[in-house]
Design a protein around this ligand. Sequence first.
Ligand SMILES: [Zn+2]
Length: 86
Amino acid sequence: MAKKVDNEKGFLVIEVSAAELSAKAGGYGICDYCNTPAEKGYYIAVLNQWYCPKCYDEFCKRAKYYQKDTGTEKRNYEFYSKLLGV
Ligand SMILES: [Zn+2]
């Protein structure tokens, strides 16, 4: 089951398996950052991308939260949270 992730930097993130994501939203369960297939991953609303656990970890380390991004991020997140039933 997809679930919301409590991200320490305040990003809106949904943990979702490749199977569930492709069933409900399409896509192939391939990380948008490293192009490697993964069973489980993270939908990052501010990027509108799905990352494998390794790339998500690295994103969390390097990313800074910019307040101006929140409008788009909220819209993306609401769309996917409805779609995935989070
Ligand atoms: Zn990756």
